[in-house]
Design a protein around this ligand. Structure first.
Ligand SMILES: C[S@@+](CC[C@H](N)C(=O)[O-])C[C@H]1O[C@@H](n2cnc3c(N)ncnc32)[C@H](O)[C@@H]1O
Length: 514
């Protein structure tokens, strides 16, 4: 059985935590004494016009900060539209004001609080049954604790229980109190986001906002790998082949780079410069002219090896920099070993990045904390992989066409592999993903996205990796072109729904996508 909770009049209950599972939403805020408090609406067993509500100190809401953040966002919007008389009323009460409630209940509620005062005396000798009674803290229910000691409010009727109808919330009194400070909430939300950032693998990620007190959504979950949604299947690991003709000792102990027959590079771009024998050249010309197999020709290795200039090691070679060809990396089943230079993106981000508020109408952005070299790998785009149907449903459900979009189609091989549009998977980075979710579009970008595959037999699930397409000084925003067009591919004219582009580049196309 849940146990009844002591309601503090003045006691120190900083260790009390509300049970996040039972919170529906936050409805209002106030400051009482020096304490920032929030009105929690609790889940009721049925759709009720009188769900249980209770006020809680921000410190009790440490596990419900997502709800507090949702509330602060909607409060921000509604404060802007609040009628002037509500904003500036001379008659307004202090933020500590008690919300209006059914007068008939005040006496019994007072009694409840007096009883509580007696109970908490051992913690706070200053509190006694003769203490002035504070504002009502609970409506339509009673506070209890669950078996883990978390507080929640349960529906209950009775003469001792203050009643308030949900359609009367926020009351005019509450609306006035809503203007009171929310600094502690802002600080706790920021601290919680930073805590989550610090456990993201790779170099530490920083968060900077010099414009306001906003923090990116706590509803976002950082993940290191894709999460597969319903109806999404990644090719079985059995279909993944490793290169078998290579070994770690093929040259300078770096694996595949010196082989012209690396199985992983089977479908990679042909290295025409390496076709020196006349017989192979004529076979190659014939295969190219007839659309024949290019499997047995020497291939282009994607990355510079160690031993080249320091700033070049591991960066993309010019051929890949300038083309949109997919990169095929070696994998765990290869014989080339862990140091193979054809393994890069799969090790994840190793550069320091910073999430920052752009202050230019583009929301948050991502920038590098260190200088980056042309061709340097930055990070992959992560998220939930969903079906095309689910992606369309999420797009249609978005409440506004100007809402930020985080959908990225995995359609690189659709044409060559004959994959129907309806069977193309989509990565949604809105609710889970990595810091690259914050990369904005620029018509003259400094990064480019590449297809990186570790399983040449899976054309539907692969990585999207961002590389610097020129040297980038520390502190510059990282951007890419959202229209991931192949060379020479035409760009449609903007439609009516085209989103205006605010990249500010000299050659700006003026819209994000059609
Ligand atoms: C993947 S998100 C990028 C991160 C986003 N700025 C945020 O705050 O979460 C893509 C969204 O950012 C905004 N955006 C990105 N680049 C933009 C640009 N050049 N001009 C205007 N809005 C841009 C658009 O709302 C777009 O749908």
């Amino acid at each position: 059985m849940p146990s009844k909770v002591v309601i503090p009049v003045n006691g120190n209950m900083s260790s009390r935590r509300v049970s996040v599972q039972k919170v529906d939403s936050i409805l209002s805020n106030r400051v009482k004494g020096n304490d920032e408090q929030y009105l929690v609406r609790w889940t009721a067993p049925s759709a009720s016009t009188n769900p249980p509500l209770s006020w809680h100190s921000i410190h009790e809401l440490a596990r419900c900060l997502e709800h507090v953040q949702d509330y602060l966002e909607s409060r921000q919007k509604s404060l802007k539209t609040l009628p002037a008389h509500v904003q500036t009323s001379k008659k307004r009460k202090s933020p500590d004001s008690e919300p209006e409630f059914d007068r008939g209940t005040s006496r019994v509620v007072d009694r409840r609080l007096e009883e509580t005062g007696r109970t908490s005396m051992s913690r706070s000798p200053s509190v006694s049954s003769t203490s002035p009674v504070g504002p009502i803290d609970v409506y339509n229910g009673v506070l209890e604790t669950d078996s883990n000691g978390f507080v929640f409010c349960r529906s209950e009727l009775g003469p001792e229980i203050a009643q308030i109808k949900i359609e009367h919330v926020p009351t005019p009194e509450m609306l006035r109190a809503q203007r009171s400070k929310v600094d502690h909430a802002d600080i706790l939300i920021r601290a919680e986001y930073s805590r989550r950032l610090h456990v993201v693998p790779g170099e530490k990620i920083h968060l900077v906002n010099i414009y306001d007190s906003a923090t990116p959504s706590l509803r976002f979950r950082y993940i290191a790998d894709y999460v597969l949604g319903d109806g999404v299947f990644k090719a079985d690991l059995d279909t993944q082949e490793g290169c078998q003709k290579c070994s770690p000792h093929m040259g300078r102990d770096i694996g595949c780079e010196y082989t012209k027959r690396c199985g992983c590079l089977e479908y990679a771009a042909v290295n025409e410069a390496a076709i020196t024998e006349p017989e192979m050249r004529s076979e190659y010309d014939k295969a190219k002219a007839t659309g024949g197999s290019l499997v047995n020709f020497p291939k282009r290795f994607p990355y510079y090896a160690e031993g080249t200039k320091r700033q070049r090691a591991g960066t993309l070679v010019p051929f890949y920099l300038d083309s949109r060809r997919p990169i095929y990396e070696c994998n765990d089943k290869c014989r080339c070993g862990p140091l193979c230079r054809n393994k890069n993106v799969q090790f994840g981000r190793s550069v320091q990045v910073e999430i920052f508020k752009t202050g230019s109408g583009r929301g948050w952005g991502l920038r590098c904390k260190q200088p980056l070299y042309q061709g340097q790998f930055i990070d992959t785009y992560r998220g939930e992989i969903i079906t095309d149907t689910e992606a369309s449903r999420r797009e249609a459900a978005a409440d506004s066409k100007t809402k930020a979009s985080y959908l990225y189609s995995l359609d690189k091989f659709a044409e060559s592999e004959g994959i129907d549009d309806a069977d193309i998977y989509v990565v949604d980075g809105e609710f889970m993903g990595g810091p690259t979710k914050f990369m904005n579009h620029c018509c003259e970008p400094n990064c480019r996205q590449y297809t990186v595959s570790y399983n040449k037999h899976d054309p539907r699930v692969y990585d999207i990796a961002f590389f610097a397409c020129r040297d980038i000084p520390a502190g510059e925003e990282l951007t890419f072109d959202y229209l991931d067009k192949e060379e020479g591919e035409e760009i449609d004219d903007p439609g009516q729904d085209a989103i205006p582009c605010l990249c500010g580049a000299a050659k700006c196309r003026k819209w994000l996508w059609t």
